[in-house]
Design a protein around this ligand. Sequence first.
Ligand SMILES: [Zn+2]
Length: 325
Amino acid sequence: MIEQIAANLYKIEIPLPDMVLQFVNSYIIKAKNRNLIIDTGMDNEEGRQAMHKSLEKLGVDLERTDLFITHFHMDHFGLAPTLISDNSTIYFNKTESAGIDWVRSGNFLQELTDSGRMSGFPEDELQEALTFRPVHDHWWRKPLPFTFLADGDRLEAGEYRFQCVATPGHSRGHMCLYEPDKKIFISGDHLLNEITPSILSRYDAANPLEEYLLSLDRVYELDIKLVLPGHKGSFRNCKERIRELKDHHRQRSNEIISILKECSQNAYQVASQMTWNIDCDSWGSFPAMQKFFATGEAIAHLKYLEGKGMIKKETREKKIVYSRI
Ligand SMILES: [Zn+2]
């Protein structure tokens, strides 16, 4: 489905088969010189067809088109390598490019396995959860024409003059685009309506929830009239949505503090007692992959609370456990 958002700015919904999210939003800016595609969808048959049909309807010539990708997750980046022509650029950033290198290197499965074990994940469930593989691994093996942009850099497309806004949290190098004259904010998965962007962590040095909350504060300062997110509908109440998201994470943190009331626990145990908005009766009936994501969210909160000095961690029998101070 194509929706015109503003002059020469269109939204295309690209289907995500078998995913709860159903669609990713791709934004197209048509311009006399070079068009811009912002985020792309996954590299599968349904995604490819939806994208190419829409580009055809809009009369977008890929020979005169560049791409901007908010972050390296496959639902946003996946189709990018299939859309570039010999003279296209993919505007991206170094941190996210390193994320692709990480997946490409194969280290990520070992690191996720190590992290899962440290979080207390039962071995059989962990193996089931990590059957996941990048579906278009083959594309990620070829060199891609990246032009790296950093926070504050400008990107022009037709009548749109964007500023890059670094918004780490959902992913380490997540980047949004802000159009200060038109007060439009292209938010990727940093700000979503109806659903909460997932903030996941594994056991490394990063503190993604801390970064995410700081990113929310930065975006709160911007004068934004329209948010164009990576999933679900556009929205205008940006500041209110940011307050809701911060409130959500505050409640989550409080929930975890109360879960840790009785005794010290690992992240898997904490996750099993948190409230999840998923269509399952109990933790036991969660699919292994969902348990893995849930535990990743628990780790993000636990690391955040530890950073704030509210809980402490220790290692017991190669597992990391947390307790209240
Ligand atoms: Zn996404």
